[in-house]
Write a protein of this length. Structure first.
Length: 161
């Protein structure tokens, strides 16, 4: 069983579960956590972006952390550590939500010359790393986040074409 599960309204997400498992191993996560994934259209993501970030434009992915985490500094994801953030049904610690705009992902896949699976896998992982405290506001942070993204995507075979 992977440390990180992926939950959403549309059932199971095996491709994203594989990325989450590779991220769990790469980051040496312990315990049991879950991230929610939501797919939306351009109007929905633009509204979310405007209402939550004050940016009135379409984007590819948004992440909404449930916890304040710092990249590379993780306590085990257990009910004892996070009693108020543990899902009573699954027993997993909810770390947040990732929202992916499917039409933007499809456009970017064509633009970057790779598969939609690779693009959506990348966007999911990018959002997941944000939930886990990664950021790219400073150059050093950007380099660290990009290194993690490339290593994890390579592990699951979602490399650039």
């Amino acid at each position: 069983m992977s440390v990180l599960a992926v939950v959403g309204q549309d059932g199971s997400y095996p491709a994203y579960e594989n990325v989450a498992a590779a991220a769990s191993a790469y980051l040496r996560l312990e315990g049991a956590a879950q991230a929610e994934i939501v797919f939306c259209d351009e109007q929905e993501i633009r509204t979310l972006n405007r209402e939550t970030r004050g940016v009135d434009r379409v984007t590819d992915v948004l992440s909404f952390p449930a916890l304040t985490l710092h990249a590379g500094e993780y306590a085990p994801f257990t009910q004892a550590q996070y009693p108020w953030d543990t899902d009573p049904e699954s027993g997993r610690v909810h770390i947040g939500c990732i929202v992916i705009c499917t039409s933007v992902a499809a456009t970017q896949a064509v633009e970057y010359g790779h598969s939609i699976e690779r693009e959506q896998g990348y966007l999911f992982l990018h959002g997941l790393l944000h939930l886990l405290g990664y950021d790219h506001m400073q150059e050093e942070e950007r380099i660290e986040m990009r290194k993690a993204e490339e290593a994890i995507l390579a592990e699951v075979g979602l490399v650039r074409d």
